[in-house]
Ligand binder design. Structure first.
Ligand SMILES: Nc1ncnc2c1ncn2[C@@H]1O[C@H](COP(=O)(O)OP(=O)(O)O)[C@@H](O)[C@H]1O
Ligand SMILES: [Mg+2]
Length: 262
């Protein structure tokens, strides 16, 4: 049996009268790529927001490596080893790709403002180390050639991978991705898939990915959980989910069954 890294255990989230998540349980095995799919409004982003401490569960618990995360502030959850990207990109558009990653590394390489203001030896050493690590992270996501480009000038597919490099700066064990393939062309999705598979293979990273894009989800996921109206309606390996008439009906509607054959 695979070791469990994250356990979302009977979690409900309410916004006034709306039940965004209704007693949802999901177990994520260490070293796996686990997808959560479902139509708009199903509760997918809410699930990530509970795991990362942005939203509070009204019932249930989230445990990471056996420790509860409930009630912990987002920055403390990051420190435990959970990093994420957001549904809308959060890059500094006018800064270079390299500097975007250096900024994300800053907390680990921080030295005092005085050192930085004087540009003294300690500052230069930590700056050099940060830039070296930033280049390694850009290389991991296939952006070595793009380090001097302004983030905003990169095509969408590369911006998404730059966000992943930024998320990796905190040295996570678990990476959460909210719709990384949305709006990407087929070639960009393939590049993203390769990066995610490489990260799992080279760093043993565990990945929880939310997406609608079947070309990503079906190609790289070990397991898929399906949400609909805040409830988990199915779970299994991609073949099982793809074949489930209940999922096709509930998730995509009768007319859209072909979407699963991607
Ligand atoms: N901060 C919030 N305040 C009120 N309602 C919210 C909030 N976040 C999400 N919701 C509602 O919860 C439901 C699930 O939203 P969300 O998790 O964003 O869905 P998904 O990511 O699957 O599209 C939706 O009905 C949404 O409007
Ligand atoms: Mg969402």
């Amino acid at each position: 049996m695979m070791e469990r890294l994250l356990h979302v255990d009977g979690v409900s989230v309410r916004f006034g009268g709306l039940v965004a998540l209704d007693k949802v349980s999901v177990k994520i095995a260490r070293g796996s790529i686990h997808a959560v799919i479902g139509p708009n409004g199903a509760g997918k982003s809410t699930l990530l927001n509970v795991v990362t401490g942005l939203y509070r569960a009204s019932e249930g618990d989230v445990t990471f490596e056996g420790q509860t995360l409930s009630g912990r502030a987002p920055h403390l959850i990051t420190r435990e080893g959970i990093a994420r990207t957001f549904q809308n990109t959060e890059l500094f558009g006018e800064m270079t790709a390299l500097d975007n990653v250096v900024v994300a590394l800053d907390r680990r390489y921080a030295c005092s403002g005085i050192n930085a203001a004087l540009h003294d030896g300690r500052w230069r050493a930590s700056e050099t180390a940060a830039r070296r690590e930033a280049r390694e992270l850009l290389d991991l996501v296939g952006l070595s050639e793009d380090e001097d480009e302004a983030a905003a000038a990169l095509p969408f597919g590369k911006q998404r991978r730059l966000e992943i490099a930024r998320a990796l700066a905190t040295q996570p064990k678990l990476l959460l991705l909210d719709e990384p393939a949305a709006g990407l062309r087929a070639a960009e999705i393939e590049a993203l898939n390769r990066v995610l598979l490489d990260l799992r293979a080279s760093r043993g990273l565990t990945i929880l990915v939310i997406d609608h894009v079947m070309a990503l989800v079906m190609a790289i996921s070990d397991r898929i959980s399906v949400l609909n109206f805040g409830r988990k309606i199915a779970e299994g390996i991609p073949e099982e989910v793809r074949a489930s008439p209940e999922v096709i009906e509930a998730y995509l509607g009768k007319k859209a069954a072909h979407a699963f054959s991607a």
